[in-house]
Structure formats: C-alpha cells, structure tokens
Design a protein around this ligand. Sequence first.
Ligand code: FAD
Ligand code: N01
Length: 559
Amino acid sequence: MTATASAAHGRRAPGSSGFDMLIVGAGFAGLYMLHRARGMGLSARVIEVASDVGGTWWWNRYPGARCDIESLQYSYSWDEDLQQEWTWTERFATQPEILSYIRHVAERHDLRRDITFETRVDAAEWDEDAARWSVTLSSGEQVGARNLVLATGCLSAARVPDLPGRDSFRGATYHTGDWPHEGVDFAGKTVAVIGAGSSGIQAIPEIARQAAHLTVFQRTPNFSVPARNQPLDDNYVHGWKSRYPELRRQAREETRSGTIYDFPERGALEASAEEREREYRWRWEKGGANFMHAFNDLVISEEANATAAAFVRDRIREIVKDPATAAALCPSSYPIFTKRICVDDNYYATYNRPNVTLVNLRETPLDAIEPGGVRTSAGLHEVDAIVYATGFDAMTGAITSIDIRGKGGRTIPEKWKDGPRAYLGLMLEGFPNLFAVTGPGSPSVLSNMVVSIEQHVDLISRIVEEARARGAAAVEADRAAEDAWVAHVNEVAAATLLPKAASWYMGANIPGKPRVFMPYLGVSTYREACEAAVADGWRGFRFADRAAASADARAAARA
Ligand code: FAD
Ligand code: N01
C-alpha cells in the first residue's frame, strides 16, 4: 500500500477522524459487510436500532413467520464450515430458527463487539473537504466515516396506513413487522387482520387457530401457493451439503432469482392443455415458489400467464367451501407473479373454519377505525385486537428516513423525486462513498436476498479495495452511467408483465410515492453487468484523484 493510501484508509481509532466504514443495520447484509470490512483491515462499526442482530428476523415475529426460499438456499455461502455444520430442521425455516442462525453467525465470528445496538442513524452529511461522512446517531453522537454502507433492508420500514380514527382504537394493535417479543396470546379474543399479503397469509391460519373469532379485511386478494413445508430428510440435506460450492455457484451465476428450482424447458403456450395441467399440478403438490417456474413465458406473455392464474383460481374454488368467499379470494385484477407470490400453510382452508370471516373491502370499503373496532360501509366489526399486516415502505423507506445530504447538501428524496435512481442499484451520483446494499435497481427483492446481499457486499469490498489501491479518497457513480442503468432497469421490467400490478415493487402501496418499477429482474445477468463494468476499467465509477486523497490526509492531521 502506498503512503497516501495508508493515510486514506489505514486503521484509525474512532473518535479521532472516525471509521473507515460505518454500516447501518445488523441483518444478513450488515453482518456480512462487517465481516468483510474486518478482513480488509478496515476500522468498521455497525449501528443498529434493534437490540440485537437479525434484521427482518428480529422484527417479524408474528405467528407463522418463516422464509419461502428453502432454508438450505436461504443462508450464507461465505463460510463453508458453517454451511456444513449448521442443521436446518425444516424445508422452510421458522423465524426463530433463522434468528438463531443469524445469532450463531454473530457469535461464531465475534461480530457483536463492533455493533452498537439500540441506536438509530438519524443523519449523514458528506464533508467535501475531508472526503468523509459525518454521521449523527440518535444518541446525539457524531461519527466520521470514510465509507457509509446502508444495510438498512428493503422491507424494514413497517407501515401502518393512515386510516381515519386509527389511534382511537381502545384494544391492542400490532404490526407484523414490529411484533412483540413476548408473543401475543389471542385465545378467547376477537381479532381483526387488515391486509392479506405474504405476512397476513402466513399469520392468518395461526391466529385463526387461537382466536375466538378472526375477521380478515382484504382489499386486494393475492395469489398463494401451498408451501408443503416438512422436516428436512437427511438424504436431501446430504445431497446439498456434498455439492454446496457448485450449487451456490449455479444459483449465483445461472439463475434469474438466485435460487435453484426445477427450471422450465418450454413456454406454457407450447404445451397442450393437459400438459400444462400436469405441470402445474405436480408443482402445486410439491409446494413452494417452484410453481412460478413451470414455464418460461409466464412473466412475459399475458396469455401464458393467464393459464397459471386460472389454475390457482381453480384450486381456491376447490378448497374454499363458501362460493362468495372463494370468489372474493380469487385475484383477477393483475397477472399472477406480478406481485410477490405468497407461499402458505393452510391459508385458503382457514376460511372454512366457523370462527373466520372474510370482509371484502372492495365491496364494503373500510371507513374508519373506531374505539370498538373496524367500521366498513356495512357497519362496525367489534374486535379486541387489530393486526396490521399492511407491509412496508419497501426498498426506499429505510433509506429516505435517514437525513442523508450528499454533495452540495442535496438530499436523497430530492434526487429521487421522480423515483429512485442508483448506478447498478448500489451507488448514487452525488453521494460519494455511499453504498446501498440491495438498493433499488438491483435484483434484491426479486431474488433470494441472501445471494444478492453477498454479491453486493463483495462488490462494495472490491470498490473500497480499488479506491485504496488508487489512493482515492472517494468514489462516486457517474451520472451518465446512472442514467443508462436506470433506463436499462426500466427496459427490462417493461419487457415483462411485472409493471402491470399496483404492487409495492412499483411503490404503489405508499400514497404519493412515484410509480417506478424498483427492482432489477435477473440475478445472473445483473452479476454479468457488474463484472462487465469492473472489467471495463470500472466503467461508471469515478474514483477521486490523489489530490483529493491528500485532502483526507490533511483532514486527518487537523483531527
Ligand atoms: P434487514 O434484515 O431488514 O436489516 C436491516 C436492519 O437495519 C434492521 O435490523 C433495521 O432495524 C436496521 N436499520 C434500518 N434503518 C436503520 C437506521 N436508520 N439506523 C439503525 N438501524 C437501522 N427474502 C428472501 O430472499 N427469502 C425469504 O424467504 C424472505 N422472507 C421474508 C419474510 C419476511 C416476513 C420479510 C419481512 C422479509 C422476507 N425476506 C425474504 C426479505 C428479507 O428482508 C431479506 O431476505 C433479508 O433478511 C434482508 O436482510 P438485510 O440485512 O438486507 O435487511
Ligand atoms: O406486505 P404487502 P407484507 N387498507 O405490502 C393491505 C416479504 N415477506 O408484509 O394489496 C386495507 O405485500 C394490502 O392491500 P392492497 C415479501 O417480499 C415474505 O404482507 O394494497 N388494506 C395488502 O393486502 C412480501 O411481498 C414472506 O390492496 C391495506 C397488505 O395490506 C413483503 O415482505 C412473509 C391498506 C400488505 O401486503 C411484504 O409483505 C412476509 C389499507 N389502507 C413478508 N394498506 C415470506 O413468506 C395496505 N393494505 C417469505
């Protein structure tokens, strides 16, 4: 390392000029970033508002919460011993099991000693002269950081809609994404669940088993496929563990979603009606999101897509005994797979229980929350508790809730007023040395997120290494490259049916949020695009020259 580079990036004690890297969030992303930063010899600290590690799996403790990507795939690949030693007990792990896995990782790599818990990052300001971020914590402390990594999560800003009278309710209220740690006992209670997305669909069967009566308030029905969750058998686990490195490589480099499924060989319209039925049927019986991969044209052809949607609607009508309830549960206003597919355990059959009622808010809209319950145009539904399964300000909410000011004092909401923009979904022009793990414009929520997180963290590490090798104090996305990437993300989405649903992918669940398709479709193609940019002399990245690096040395000397 050159003398200049070492001045710019060598270890410094926090409190002098701060850290080489400050990481916001201690979920899958923040923990791996910390591990990599340590490996590069950087001084690094994680700031986490929760009181322990886990991110999503710390917050979302609602009954029924589990992953919908098989546990053997929804896990880190960077610690070969860990992936051999860890035992997943079920095909789709429960929230407590995933949380204990993440805790185990934190202990195994002694990560907690570099994490500050119960502290929020409130603001960050780019200091052009010093070429570093000045970060304000909720404790009032100011911390300097050369690099600021937003490992803040795509689905971490829980959202309770601003319903009239919301705060007047005299019973207990909960949000699935901020569930009490001591659990909730619904026995003997009348309960309302508002929302029927993935969280609602997982929670509803569990709450129905406990509550005296459960009323589900549904505005838009979702498509859901059965999980067919089961204990993992030893042979299956051995099959994975004996080929882990190769299977992980395949997931990263050869798939659209970062997950290995039974991949399709042809389009739905190339198959006869009987062949389609057979294909859908065995996937439905096998369970899981594998169903989505029955044919290779399901997200590009409306006609093909309609065959899968019809199959699921037939299953709903088969399972749900009351025809009016079944009709209300059948989605018809958007193509299947254009909202995140839900994966359930006994969801539709739950509506056959005598203690469960579905209220179709399209027929009887929700007027207000009152002290005694939920009022729709048909009258008051009196309840003891309300569960909001109303989702998140996805992908951008956690980022924009931090007051981040880049070059010239520009804020991210100003930059994103027409929709989020980031080069490769990772770096923002005008915000040097700021990285968004799984940011908008990257595969993120359209993928196995652990795979996408690992790829982003590895790429960030390479960018920081490259800056160090060049003696550059700062690296920033190039405006033209950012424009081209945003156009490409839109072009890829526009070639599919994905923008056709009013989904949270489009920002449609947040009033006033620009309607832009946020994630990038394609894990392997995304990885190729990143690698091509690196191979092409770091195309799209502007590394500051050595003069800027010496500004850093001067700033460090001043401190
Ligand atoms: P998170 O786990 O969200 O962690 C971000 C952390 O940042 C949080 O702990 C938060 O408290 C902290 N934070 C945010 N802002 C601040 C701030 N200003 N200051 C301090 N701390 C802050 N993905 C899949 O691929 N497969 C699945 O099966 C799957 N299941 C899911 C189930 C549920 C119920 C939910 C909600 C999401 C699921 N996801 C799934 C997506 C999941 O969010 C990711 O897989 C992954 O856990 C995200 O990890 P992360 O570290 O990027 O973010
Ligand atoms: O949130 P959502 P979620 N009045 O936004 C309704 C991941 N995840 O927490 O569609 C009435 O999908 C809203 O209705 P509508 C996964 O990526 C994964 O369920 O806007 N209803 C909808 O029904 C997932 O996609 C798992 O008409 C209102 C619901 O609330 C993402 O997290 C499990 C309303 C919100 O659904 C988010 O899922 C859980 C209002 N004012 C989560 N506002 C796995 O299984 C909102 N709704 C892996």
